[in-house]
Ligand binder design. Structure first.
Ligand code: NAD
Ligand code: ZN
Ligand code: ZN
Length: 338
């Protein structure tokens, strides 16, 4: 099978011909159809974060495909099922986080495309209990971006507890942001989209944003203050300074939802204590979403409530695709067709 492999944090990915893996007990073998390129895959390939994956590994945590074979003991999935292989590739199932609906916080978790080989390949094996069924009404090309960008922003909007009419500022209208805008609208928010590319802001308007701010031309804090300040700021951009701007744009009682994960070398975000206390600000970290969150994301999409904007590439062009994400030359999400 063809696979895109990280062999070194300082080198481009290599396309390799590898044997098709066999499903171990409890696993499924999936023939991947579509696989989205998340900015996290770029962080993974470069070893950007404090906890690093171990090369060689296959990135990709938005793989969607059809079950081709099942390992012994698998009863929950069957050959022919279409499934998604999300970031949460495995959790222990019995710690306090797992049993209280917070499996995404499990300390024993394994992550697809990071600690286990992911979806940038024609085939992948996965824990049968942690793949998520893709309903018939959701095309694989749409299901792929929903598998991380969708579930992550859906969860970020859930944890912000938005009341209808609250102002929600979304910083970064890329793969995650184009879906965040839509979930914020679905819960009744007034949406302010912030990016540095006019093309992304045009897309945000098209997807329902009420206001747009080009942070390369206008100070986003002043622009949002002029609108009365944000009740919620969801940060999806990859620079600590954007988190600080988002914090500054909050009104009293505001919630800062941190989702973007800049490289460790970019340093921390600095939060001033005085306004945090006086304004009663909550700072919330939000990491992907559960299997149930993803099932809800697919259901909403099957109902026609969300639109996925993506462009198709070949896996052979993975390095060009990464360059295009880094330079903003893409529309929302790149999806590899396999
Ligand atoms: N917490 C989680 O569970 C989770 C899940 C998935 C991804 N992530 C992280 O989220 C981040 C975003 O991922 P993505 O795939 O959407 O990336 P992306 O590259 O598609 O989107 C980033 C967007 O930020 C915009 N941007 C750049 N500078 C900006 C600025 N100064 N102000 C506002 N916008 C700016 C870019 O133009 C781009 O549209 C990455 O760090 C990724 O690792 C986190
Ligand atoms: Zn992701
Ligand atoms: Zn657990």
């Amino acid at each position: 099978m063809k696979a895109a492999v990280v062999i070194d944090f300082d080198a481009p990915l290599t396309i390799e011909d590898r044997p098709i893996p066999a499903p171990a007990p409890g696993q499924v073998l999936v023939r991947i159809e579509s696989s989205g390129l998340c900015h996290t895959d770029i962080h993974a390939a470069r070893g950007d974060w404090p906890v690093k994956p171990t090369p060689p590994f296959v990135p990709g945590h938005e793989g969607v495909g059809v079950v081709q074979a099942v390992g012994t003991g698998v009863t929950v999935r069957a050959i022919g099922d279409r499934v998604a292989l999300p970031w949460l590739g495995h959790a222990c199932g019995h710690c306090d986080h797992c049993v209280s609906g917070w499996e995404t916080l499990c300390e024993e978790q394994q992550n697809t495309g990071y600690s286990i080989d992911g979806g940038f390949a024609e085939y992948a094996v996965a824990d049968a209990d942690y793949v998520v069924p893709v309903p018939d009404g959701v095309a694989p090309q749409d299901a792929a971006p929903l598998t991380c960008a969708g579930v992550t922003t859906y969860k970020a909007i859930k944890v912000a507890h938005i009341r209808p009419s609250e102002r929600v500022a979304v910083f970064g209208i890329g793969g995650l942001g184009h879906l965040a805008v839509q979930y914020a609208r679905l819960v009744g928010g007034t949406v302010i989209a912030v990016d540095i590319e006019d093309s992304k802001l045009d897309m945000a308007r098209d997807l329902g944003a009420d206001y747009v701010v080009n942070a390369a031309e206008t100070d986003p804090v002043a622009a949002i203050e002029e609108l009365g300040g944000a009740d919620v700021a969801v940060v999806l951009a990859v620079m600590p300074s954007v988190f600080e701007s988002a914090f500054a744009a909050l009104r009293r009682g505001g919630r800062l939802v941190c989702v973007g994960l800049p490289p460790e070398s970019d340093g921390p975000m600095k939060l001033p204590i005085f306004p945090t206390v006086l304004k009663g600000i909550s700072v919330i970290g939000s990491i992907v979403g559960t299997r149930e969150d993803l099932a809800e994301v697919f259901e909403l999409h099957a109902l026609g409530r969300t639109r996925v904007i993506s462009e198709t590439r070949k896996l052979d062009d993975v390095n060009e695709a990464i360059d295009d994400v880094l330079t903003g030359r893409t529309n929302a999400r790149i999806v590899f067709e396999l």
